[in-house]
Design a binder for this molecule. Structure first.
Ligand code: NAP
Length: 383
């Protein structure tokens, strides 16, 4: 499809590209959907794996992102916006010198080569917003959306077959990219209908990190002390608000945020007892600062929400023996956590930030709906 036929869309100048970004990619939405009966798809979307055969879509190198065949356990979505995972977006921003066109080029190449937006450096993806175009005949009725429903995926782009026809605006503040494309929600992969009472881009931003605040709610108890690294960011702010609610007036919430503007926004939420403008990769310095902010005591729960790597030990060190360190950040290294905790003799529970928890979408949307200051701060950033 020529770009000129898509109102409001424009080609993006890129010093990196060999051809215009709006060049048609394999399996794009101009490919008609087959009207015939669906073919039986494999469990968990395994039929979409091109390479290496035998893997499931997430760890696979390459997925089949074509739409000539319709599979009976898939939901096909016309994609409007990608919400790139923060760690992935930061890596692509750094790699392209902050040039939005360079970011688009990296996404284009990635999707073209892998059939999915799976960042090969950070190994993370993101999620997307789109309109349901087709619902396979074997999608369970209790989960099936209607054609035309506006939905956000809640499973990672690293496992979502995706084809992109053209690119639109890049919004670095929310790591969102407007595209015209097509994607598949595989067998069993979670998604959410967009709520009518919140701006769509804002809802998409919240749903991207929906796994975070509910885990804080599960772990933080009244009277606990909680430290959140990257507390002024998207997931960090949600966790800070949730932590305040969970620990109550007798607990303590300490936010760590290096970016001055976000640290100010965090103070404006009035949910933290202390906001430390400290580098979350400085484990020793941060350990002292957290203890000083917590009356000399180690904390019960530590939550890592930064978008950079190297924060593992800074997350673990301030936690008391028997406490918990929760790693929501995608730039977390399992070996640095496990071996680092061992090396400093910390008997703490280390939790991987599962992006999915039952009820997490409604939970996170409600946190924003019911906290006016958070909502207005998020509307300004992401709305
Ligand atoms: P975000 O909004 O970009 O927040 C990250 C915050 O950390 C930003 O305010 C950032 O400041 C701050 N930060 C960066 N480096 C720091 C440092 N050295 N010291 C202190 N603060 C620092 O990101 P997000 O959307 O909340 O995502 C947070 C993390 O969760 C990312 O790693 C993302 O990949 C991950 N994630 C995980 C899942 C999951 O399922 N587990 C799902 C989605 C996202 P700047 O703005 O200056 O960079």
């Amino acid at each position: 499809m020529a770009n000129a036929t898509v109102p409001g869309w424009r080609p993006v100048d890129s010093p990196y590209r060999e051809r215009p970004l709006w060049t048609k990619l394999r399996g794009t939405m101009t490919t008609p959907l087959a009207p015939a009966a669906d073919r039986p798809g494999a469990r968990f979307g395994a039929h979409r794996v091109r390479e290496p055969k035998g893997l499931l879509p997430q760890p696979a190198w390459q997925l089949d992102n074509s739409f000539e065949t319709l599979w009976d356990n898939e939901i096909v979505v016309d994609v409007e916006t990608l919400n790139i995972d923060a760690a992935s977006f930061k890596q692509m921003e750094d790699a392209s010198g902050g040039n939005p066109a360079g970011i688009l080029e990296l996404v284009r190449k990635n999707v073209e080569e892998r059939g999915k937006q799976h960042n090969r450096v950070t190994n993370s993806g993101g999620m997307l917003l789109g309109v349901v175009r087709h619902v396979g005949s074997r999608v369970a009725p209790e989960r099936a959306p209607k054609v035309g429903d506006r939905i956000a995926t809640l499973a990672s782009l690293t496992l979502t077959p995706l084809a992109i026809e053209s690119f639109g605006q890049v919004r670095p503040a929310s790591a969102q990219i407007d595209v015209r494309g097509r994607a598949v929600i595989a067998d069993g992969a979670p998604f959410a209908r967009l709520p009518p009472d919140l701006p769509e881009k804002l809802a998409l931003a919240i749903l991207d990190v929906a796994g975070a605040p509910i885990q804080v709610a599960r772990r933080a108890r009244p009277g606990d002390s909680v430290v959140i690294l990257g507390a002024g960011g998207k997931s960090g702010s949600l966790c800070a608000v949730q932590a305040r609610r969970s620990v109550g007036t007798t607990g303590r919430v300490i936010g760590v945020e290096a970016f001055a503007r976000y640290a100010d926004d965090l103070r404006g939420l009035a949910v933290c007892d202390a906001v430390l403008a400290h580098d979350a990769t400085d484990a020793l310095g941060l350990y002292e600062a957290v203890l000083a902010a917590n009356e000399g005591r180690e904390v019960d729960l530590s939550v890592c929400c930064v978008n950079v790597d190297g924060a593992e030990l800074a997350t673990i060190l301030p936690v008391r023996d028997g406490g918990c360190a929760y790693f929501f950040s995608m730039s977390t290294s399992f070996t640095r956590c496990a071996l680092g905790a061992e090396g400093v003799g910390k008997d703490v529970e280390l939790i991987i930030g599962n992006g999915y928890a039952r009820g997490h979408a409604d939970w996170s949307l409600d946190v924003v709906r019911t906290e006016a200051r958070l909502r207005s701060s998020f509307e300004e950033r992401y709305g």
